[in-house]
Design a protein around this ligand. Structure first.
Ligand SMILES: [Zn+2]
Length: 47
């Protein structure tokens, strides 16, 4: 993996739509929050 030679445009963008580059896997935007496996939104019928 050669760093800095990735042709993906996400590296150039300051507001990349993805957290990791789909091409090399490097973090391009740390602001993107990863989705959790468990969805707390669906448990509204508790109790
Ligand atoms: Zn990349």
């Amino acid at each position: 993996m050669q760093r800095g030679s990735c042709p993906n445009m996400n590296h150039r963008r300051s507001d990349a739509p993805v957290r990791y580059c789909p091409n090399c896997g490097e973090v391009v935007n740390e602001n993107i929050i990863l989705k959790k496996c468990s969805d707390a939104m669906s448990g509204s019928n508790h109790g």
